[in-house]
Design a binder for this molecule. Structure first.
Ligand SMILES: CC(=O)N[C@H]1[C@@H](OP(=O)(O)OP(=O)(O)OC[C@H]2O[C@@H](n3ccc(=O)[nH]c3=O)[C@H](O)[C@@H]2O)O[C@H](CO)[C@@H](O)[C@@H]1O[C@H](C)C(=O)N[C@@H](C)C(=O)N[C@H](CCC(=O)O)C(=O)O
Ligand SMILES: Nc1ncnc2c1ncn2[C@@H]1O[C@H](COP(=O)(O)OP(=O)(O)OP(=O)(O)O)[C@@H](O)[C@H]1O
Ligand SMILES: N[C@H](CCC[C@H](N)C(=O)O)C(=O)O
Ligand SMILES: [Mg+2]
Length: 487
């Protein structure tokens, strides 16, 4: 596409040299991806200012630059007021507005995004629809999976993904939308059809500063749904009736609202919940009737997650008995209450709980199925919300008989300093500190006996540990398996 054709998508631009109209073969915001024929967009980030890379981009083959501040290059520069916004608009224009051709379901909330987006994907897939999935674990479509750097990719990566999905005949995209992505405009230019809210509890206060700001960030997904009621393309906000934040989201969206819940009245509601060892059953009430549902997942939080996913199937008119049927074959999500079975006489579970609320939910659930001691191996990530550290430690001590504090991903922080902050929350309580994660897991597994449970929390599916700027191989599941073998 020619630069000037592409620029029709923007308003109020100033181009330094209109006589040159290069062919744009790709759009990038990262010099490391720049190749011949790139339109490079300078983004002011939290670590770098992309403007400083303009010359580097030119050297690597950029044929035009989008900037908001003067840059010294010999290719045309498109000056705009806001490069992040321009990036989203240009990316969606470059890929021919792909999100308008897809049914896009965005899932936001503190916990449960990965779980719910997988359930949605599964419901569509088992009902013969072609799906795409974008989130923490991977991007997946057409039976292929691709690694992702972020839970929600930047706007260029995202629009390109949508375009690739269309080329593979994807119809429904189930994607996680993080609060970081929402405030950073990564989903600007994306036309969502359905937005799902799971829950809002403490996390990421390093970034959002207050819970109100964090809630505001999540609300952007609902306000971006717009105010349209086209019968061909209905838009829905699917809200958790039991979470107070939903009252706020109702006020920021103009589209249809569908609620789900357990405790309060809701359009899609679970009652008579019964937990058993390998699953949960409940009565499902919808505007169309009552059904009996069994899901192969434990924990009240998974009832919420399944209600959220059922609600999506419902708004897309998938028959309820088929939605329910699809759950019988739901394979679960890697690293979410994942059992490690090496033939041992006690339970070992790897889970991604890394927030106070998820840790509490998971510990409550696991405690209810165990007959013996409950070991929890848990740490807190470095360069992330520090306020959650003492709270998570306290929760670990409240529910587990044997809390073991260890390292998660320390990143640039001193692991001992993180542990000290955790310990602030548990003065006078029983716990053990084993800073090396492998040793902590080994200790718990060595100490457990028949009918006990060892919960290894915080890293779930992760196959690495980030220490300083090193990313070393580390997989809780493999470490646990080895410890079981050596016992
Ligand atoms: C704090 C944060 O959110 N950072 C995100 C942000 O990067 P940034 O603003 O720091 O960018 P930067 O490194 O300062 O670079 C500025 C510009 O210079 C460019 N650059 C930089 C270096 C270079 O050599 N060449 C170059 O061109 C960069 O591509 C960028 O355009 O924009 C990048 C592109 O979108 C993201 O990849 C990056 O996520 C980082 C890796 C990250 O760890 N983010 C976490 C906190 C995050 O976003 N997490 C959420 C999930 C959270 C949850 O729900 O639990 C997520 O969606 O992943
Ligand atoms: N609805 C829920 N409410 C509370 N906790 C939950 C819920 N669903 C899952 N969890 C817990 O939170 C952990 C993370 O779940 P999941 O990966 O689905 O959330 P996420 O929102 O995608 O997290 P992230 O933002 O880190 O990607 C799970 O391992 C489980 O312990
Ligand atoms: N999306 C979350 C993942 C946290 C996972 C945990 N293992 C950690 O490193 O803190 C984040 O980036 O905050
Ligand atoms: Mg996730």
């Amino acid at each position: 596409m020619k630069l000037q054709t592409l620029l029709n998508a923007l308003s109020f631009t100033q181009v330094t040299d209109q006589s040159i109209n290069p062919e744009i073969k790709r759009i990038e915001q990262d010099t490391r991806k720049v190749a011949e024929g790139t339109l490079f967009i300078c983004i002011e980030g939290t670590v770098y200012d992309g403007h400083q890379f303009a010359r580097e981009a030119e050297k690597r083959g950029a044929v035009a630059i989008v900037a908001k501040k003067p840059v010294d290059v010999n290719v045309p520069v498109v000056y705009v007021q806001d490069t992040k916004r321009a990036m989203a608009i240009l990316a969606s224009a470059f890929y021919q507005y792909p999100s308008e051709k897809l049914n896009i379901i965005g899932v936001t909330g503190t916990n449960g995004k990965t779980s719910v987006s997988h359930m949605i994907e599964h419901i569509f897939q088992t009902n013969g629809k072609s799906t795409g999935l974008i989130g923490t674990l991977y991007t997946k479509y057409n039976n292929e999976t691709f690694d992702t750097k972020n839970t929600t990719p930047d706007s260029i990566t995202l629009q390109k993904l949508f375009s690739n999905m269309i080329a593979k005949n994807v119809e429904f995209v189930s994607m996680e939308v993080s609060s970081h992505a929402l405030v950073q405009g990564r989903v600007w230019g994306t036309d969502f059809d359905v937005a799902v809210f799971t829950n809002l509890t403490q996390d990421h206060l390093d970034y959002h500063k207050t819970m109100d700001e964090y809630r505001f960030a999540k609300g952007l997904l609902f306000s971006q749904l717009g105010n349209t009621y086209s019968p061909e393309r209905k838009k829905f906000a699917i809200l958790n009736a039991d979470d107070e934040a939903s009252r706020y989201f109702e006020t920021v969206t103009g589209v249809h609202i569908l609620t789900y819940g357990i405790e309060r009245q809701a359009n899609i509601r679970a009652t008579n919940i019964r937990f058993f060892n390998k699953g949960t059953s409940f009565t499902l009430q919808t505007p169309e009737g009552k059904w009996q549902v069994t899901i192969p997942l434990i924990g009240k939080f998974n009832v919420y997650n399944s209600l959220a996913a059922i609600s999506v199937g419902f708004v897309y008119d998938i028959p309820m008995d088929r939605i329910i049927q699809s759950f019988t074959k739901f394979p679960g999500v890697p690293g979410r209450l994942e059992l490690v079975d090496g033939g041992q006489s006690f339970g070992v579970i790897v889970d991604y709980a890394h927030t106070p609320d998820s840790l509490e939910n998971v510990l409550k659930t696991v405690r209810s199925i165990g007959k013996g001691r409950l070991f929890v191996v848990v740490g807190c990530g470095g360069d992330r919300d520090r306020l959650k550290r003492p709270i998570m430690a306290k929760i670990a001590c409240k529910y587990a008989t044997d809390p073991i504090f260890t390292s998660d991903n320390p990143r640039s922080e001193d692991p001992m300093a993180i542990l000290k902050e955790m310990e602030e929350g548990v003065k006078g309580l029983y716990y053990k500190v084993i800073p090396d994660r492998k040793e902590a897991i080994q200790w718990a597994i060595r100490s457990a006996s028949k009918d006990d449970i060892v919960l290894i929390a915080g890293k779930g599916h992760e196959t690495y540990q980030i220490i300083g700027d090193q990313k070393i191989d580390f997989d809780d599941r493999l470490v646990a398996r080895e410890a079981i073998r050596n016992k």
